[in-house]
Ligand binder design. Structure first.
Ligand SMILES: NC(=O)C1=CN([C@@H]2O[C@H](COP(=O)(O)OP(=O)(O)OC[C@H]3O[C@@H](n4cnc5c(N)ncnc54)[C@H](O)[C@@H]3O)[C@@H](O)[C@H]2O)C=CC1
Ligand SMILES: O=C(O)C(=O)COP(=O)(O)O
Length: 529
């Protein structure tokens, strides 16, 4: 049974599938402090949040069973991603569910700004019939959109319908896409100098922090208006107040703040030219249901060890590529486990080579499985596909990936070479055989055909008559039944290997006795859990 904690107000309807799942217990406890969360988090396998809960390293440290943090929304700046990755906690978000809702909020803010709606409303209900509020039209104005992702693009599309000219900046905005949306590609400087309205739609990163600050305000068109429904800090709040005082900016609309909620004396709350909402961008019935459904579905998959999407602390992979790679994950992990069990030295370098079909796709998710397999010998369940590359890096293990053409007659081939500190090297290759599944087809220089499952005994020996018989007799005497056997050698009478599939693990004394047999150099148990 898995336990999931919902620590922010998330749509009940949206999480219904989690609540209904027979293997999941969902508990809703909102408004907890960091210390309160630290106290209870060890009980839970999953945590669902919006933007209120700050998921700190301290909380993750205490969350010994935590496997997934689901963010019912886009921005994950309230989650310490580095700490999650280090601990192998998968962080997922729901990037698509609130796009339109947030876009509509930004648009509503822009219109409210243009027509002073909040200010006029406040006066009217106070009993003052003030008709001095003189607005501006959006038509024929230039809108600058910084961040042309999901929300920015939707804002641009709607602005087009209002007869605005749109300048867009985004490091990933191509001319082709811009043309499709009806946006002119511009630089930040172009936008800052020419826009009548600016709306920001980027995440908060070191690069976007204060991307609109004093130097930008200084060159803006006098009387421009600015909207932030993205993240507090993208626009420098103090520089904005100055720009309003100097008459450069005619008005600003903010849904997000550098510190949320803002202090009571925050200048935005006392400036008639600034309109504010309390981070309501994503707050519609539709968006809240959408994001909760999306995130619940992925949390279910993760807890049940099924394929999932939208992991924030793993690079994204196209579904078509994922479908192609999926069948290889188990093979990759098993080759890694096999290699690690045969290697008795600290690993310095892991060379991974993909040939055949696999050489044509982005194989990085598969590499994560292989590295997980290699590291699991020492890290056990502490390593997973989220943190495997990170753990290799912090242990100074160099991972080198190549794509070769030598498939050795197979349609696909995954080769893993472990280079140890003392200079020894072990090479393993595996493939997926149609109808037969995962096979290990090479160990060091020896061609083999092994199904990497259950319990194996790996023996290296000198190729002399009678050895196989001796091994069989010794194992038989000790009640270790041999189910299959593979022998590999390069030359008659030379170095050779034997890999036995046995029905159960051989006791250590039996392995020791095997190494005492003539011509046997090494006998080692290999276990695939
Ligand atoms: N106010 C609210 O309640 C909500 C706020 N948001 C926030 O809105 C923002 C945008 O969300 P989405 O459009 O869904 O994300 P997205 O990832 O689709 O778009 C963000 C875009 O910003 C671009 N970008 C990154 N650095 C940039 C830079 N230096 N200059 C220009 N562009 C840059 C990226 O290339 C990307 O295209 C996020 O910060 C998100 O957290 C999202 C939903 C609700
Ligand atoms: O999805 C986002 O990035 C948001 O900012 C929405 O935040 P919320 O879920 O409303 O706390």
């Amino acid at each position: 049974m898995f336990k999931v904690l919902v620590s922010d107000p998330i749509s009940d309807m949206g999480i219904q599938q989690l609540v209904d799942a027979s293997d999941i217990v969902v508990e809703k406890k909102t408004g907890l402090s960091e210390d309160e969360l630290v106290e209870i988090i060890a009980e839970y396998d999953g945590l669902l949040v919006r933007s209120q809960t700050k998921v700190t390293e301290k909380i993750m440290e205490a969350g010994k069973n935590l496997r997934v943090i689901g963010r019912a929304g886009v921005g994950v700046d309230n989650i310490n991603l580095e700490a999650a990755t280090k601990r192998g906690i998968i962080v997922i978000n729901a990037p698509d569910g609130n796009t339109i809702t947030t876009c509509e909020h930004a648009f509503a803010m822009m219109m409210a700004l243009a027509r002073h709606i909040p200010q006029a409303y406040a006066k009217t209900i106070q009993g003052t019939w003030d008709r001095k509020f003189l607005g501006v039209e959006l038509r024929n104005k230039t809108l600058g959109v910084l961040g042309m992702g999901r929300i920015g693009s939707e804002v641009a599309k709607r602005a087009k319908a209002f007869g605005m000219e749109i300048l867009g900046y985004d490091p990933f905005l191509t001319e082709e896409r811009a043309e499709k949306i009806g946006v002119k590609v511009a630089s930040v400087d172009d936008i800052v100098r020419n826009a009548d309205f600016i709306s920001v739609h980027t995440p908060l990163t070191p690069e976007t922090k204060h991307m609109i600050s004093r130097p930008q305000f200084e060159v803006m068109k006098k009387g421009m208006r600015i909207v932030n429904c993205a993240r507090g800090g993208v626009i420098d709040e103090m520089a904005l107040v100055e720009a309003i005082d100097q008459g450069i900016v005619a008005g600003a609309a903010f849904d997000v703040f550098e510190k949320e909620p803002p202090e009571a004396d925050h200048p935005f709350l006392h400036n008639p030219k600034i309109i504010v909402t309390p981070h309501l961008g994503a707050s519609t019935i539709e968006a809240q249901e959408n994001v909760a459904i999306d995130v619940s579905e992925q949390v279910l998959h993760i807890l049940r060890n099924e394929p999932f999407k939208n992991a924030v602390n793993m690079p994204p992979v196209a579904p078509s590529v994922m479908n192609k790679l999926q069948p290889y994950f188990e093979l990759g992990e098993k080759i890694g486990t096999f290699a690690a069990q045969l290697n008795n030295q600290p690993v310095k370098e892991i060379l991974v080579d993909y040939a055949g079909d696999l050489a044509e796709v982005d194989t990085q998710p598969l590499t994560r499985y292989i590295i997980k397999g290699v590291l699991s010998r020492h890290f056990g369940s502490d390593v997973n596909i989220v943190n495997s590359m990170h753990l290799a890096k912090v242990r100074d293990i160099n991972v080198v990936v190549s794509k070769a053409s030598a498939t050795k007659g197979f349609t696909n081939l995954v080769s893993v070479t472990l280079k140890a500190q003392d200079g020894t090297e072990h090479r393993f290759a595996g493939t997926l055989l149609n109808g037969y599944g995962a096979r290990v087809v090479q160990i060091d220089k020896f061609p083999v055909d092994i199904s990497p499952e259950g319990h194996l005994i790996f023996i290296s020996h000198n190729d002399k008559p009678g050895i196989i018989g001796n091994v069989g007799t010794l194992l038989g005497k000790n009640d270790v039944n041999i189910a299959a056997m593979q022998v590999g050698r390069k030359v008659i009478g030379g170095e050779a290997i034997m890999v036995l599939t046995v029905d159960k693990a051989a006791p250590k004394e039996v392995l020791d006795d095997l190494t005492k047999l003539p011509e046997i150099n090494k006998a080692q148990q290999i276990i695939f859990e």
